[in-house]
Design a protein around this ligand. Structure first.
Ligand SMILES: [Zn+2]
Length: 108
C-alpha cells in the first residue's frame, strides 16, 4: 500500500483576524473561479492596450485612441465584479462594503 497522502499545501496566511478557518477555506475554494475571470480580463485589457500602443509605433493614432481606453476599461471591470458579490459566500454586497456582513469574509 503506497502512502499517497497529499503534502501540506503551503499557503501564506493573510492577517485577517475576522476570518475563521472554515471561512478561509471557503474563500480559497471560491477564489480560483473569480481570479480566473480577473486574469482573463486583465490579459484581454493588456492585449487591447498593446494594440493601442502599436498604433503609436505605426502612426495610426486612431487605434491608440480607441484601444488604449478600451483596454484600461476592460482591466478595470474585474474590480467592479469583485465588489458586486462576496467572494466567500456569494451574497450581494454594497459597493462600499469591504467585509461581508453575512460571513465576515474580507473582500480582496
Ligand atoms: Zn460572505
Amino acid at each position: 500500500m503506497t502512502d499517497s497522502a497529499s503534502p501540506p499545501v503551503t499557503l501564506k496566511a493573510r492577517k485577517a483576524p475576522r476570518l475563521t478557518y472554515k471561512q478561509e477555506i471557503q474563500t480559497i475554494k471560491n477564489l480560483p473561479r473569480v481570479q480566473r475571470l480577473i486574469v482573463i480580463m486583465k490579459i484581454a485589457g493588456v492585449f487591447l492596450v498593446a494594440i493601442g500602443l502599436e498604433g503609436i509605433v505605426t502612426g495610426q493614432y486612431l487605434f491608440t485612441l480607441v484601444f488604449v481606453p478600451l483596454g484600461v476599461f476592460v482591466s478595470m471591470l474585474p474590480i467592479r465584479i469583485k465588489t458586486g458579490v462576496c467572494i466567500a459566500c456569494r451574497s450581494p454586497l454594497e459597493q462600499s462594503q469591504a467585509i461581508c456582513p453575512k460571513c465576515g469574509a474580507p473582500q480582496m
